[in-house]
Design a binder for this molecule. Structure first.
Ligand code: NAD
Length: 275
């Protein structure tokens, strides 16, 4: 079994991004909006600021109080949409319950939509135009490229149908000529689908979901899930399932590091489209 190291790929990509930004003298500004003080979000944001700043991006956190209203948040996004120094905007999830996250995320101008959650960008994947691809999805595609894992004609099972991972990922894989089966919480007999798959991708968030009986020998496993079990970070695949793979992403160190790298990839893409 070969480990797909997102940490290693990210390291190489960051060097490349830094060089591109310097050589082309790209002035990139990133604004991250956070409401309140969620502990997990704080960690994600710290990472986003660290890696973007390391490659020469002017990134800033706009930390608003938990009680910020929907209207105030919408006004903040509209102001950033008009700000010429800002290349990209991220609305950090989760937002407090009184906020309509989808509505606010879709208010971000498509040309500043680093996360790729706007209707225009999401539909562009469905339409095989692929303008801005959500970071986790793009990160997984980069891993397939880097490890030269073919997708054309392959049987791929994607588990999870969220708007930010499962669905756009299924669309992007169809664009690359894979045969895609999308499974979700109501799928009966999951094993029937996973057993014959060349590639199994789990974006569910349930530790131990993918067991060794459910996969064939030599499959490629992509574990997007993030779960805390007894204080340890684990994915959705059991260790035994992973051992049957020809290639497997670890958790941590697989898909996660790629997601933050793709923020930079998307920012460079947005900046270059500005011209
Ligand atoms: P979500 O909660 O929005 O979606 C989970 C999906 O899993 C749903 O579509 C549901 O239908 C499906 N599901 C639930 N039970 C299932 C089952 N038994 N079999 C098959 N499908 C089932 O989650 P999300 O935002 O797409 O994230 C999914 C997981 O990926 C989470 O663990 C999240 O933390 C992780 N994640 C990781 C990264 C990363 O960078 N590594 C990025 C995004 C999300």
């Amino acid at each position: 079994m070969k480990i797909i190291s997102g940490t290693q790929v990210r390291k190489e990509l960051l060097e490349k991004y830094k060089e591109t930004i310097q050589k082309k003298n790209l002035k990139i500004g990133l604004a991250i909006i956070q409401l309140g003080d969620n502990e997990a979000s704080n960690t994600y944001i710290r990472n986003k600021l660290k890696y973007t700043q390391e490659v020469g991006i002017d990134s800033q956190l706009i930390k608003l109080p938990e009680e910020t209203t929907q209207e105030e948040l919408e006004n903040q996004i509209k102001a950033l949409n008009k700000d010429k120094k800002i290349t990209g905007i991220i609305l950090q999830s989760p937002t407090p319950k009184h906020i309509d996250f989808t509505k606010c995320a879709r208010l971000i101008a498509p040309e500043k939509d680093v996360d790729g959650f706007s209707e225009e960008n999401l539909f562009s994947i469905r339409d095989n135009q692929e303008k801005i691809i959500p970071c986790t999805v793009k990160g997984i595609l980069k891993l397939f490229d880097y490890y030269k894992i073919p997708l054309e004609g392959k049987n791929v099972v994607v588990m999870g149908r969220s708007n930010i991972v499962g669905r756009p990922l299924a669309d992007a894989l169809i664009n690359r000529n894979a045969t895609v089966t999308l499974c979700h919480s109501k799928t009966e007999n999951l094993e029937k689908f996973t057993k014959h798959a060349d590639i199994v991708i789990s974006a569910v968030g349930k530790a131990g979901l993918v067991k060794k009986e459910m996969v064939k020998k030599g499959f490629v496993g992509i574990d997007v899930g993030i779960n805390m079990v007894n204080g340890k970070l684990v994915g959705d695949f059991t260790k035994e399932a992973g051992e049957k793979a020809s290639y497997m992403t670890p958790v941590p160190g697989g898909v996660g590091p790629m997601t933050v790298a793709m923020i930079i990839d998307n920012l460079i893409e947005l900046k270059e489209k500005e011209k």
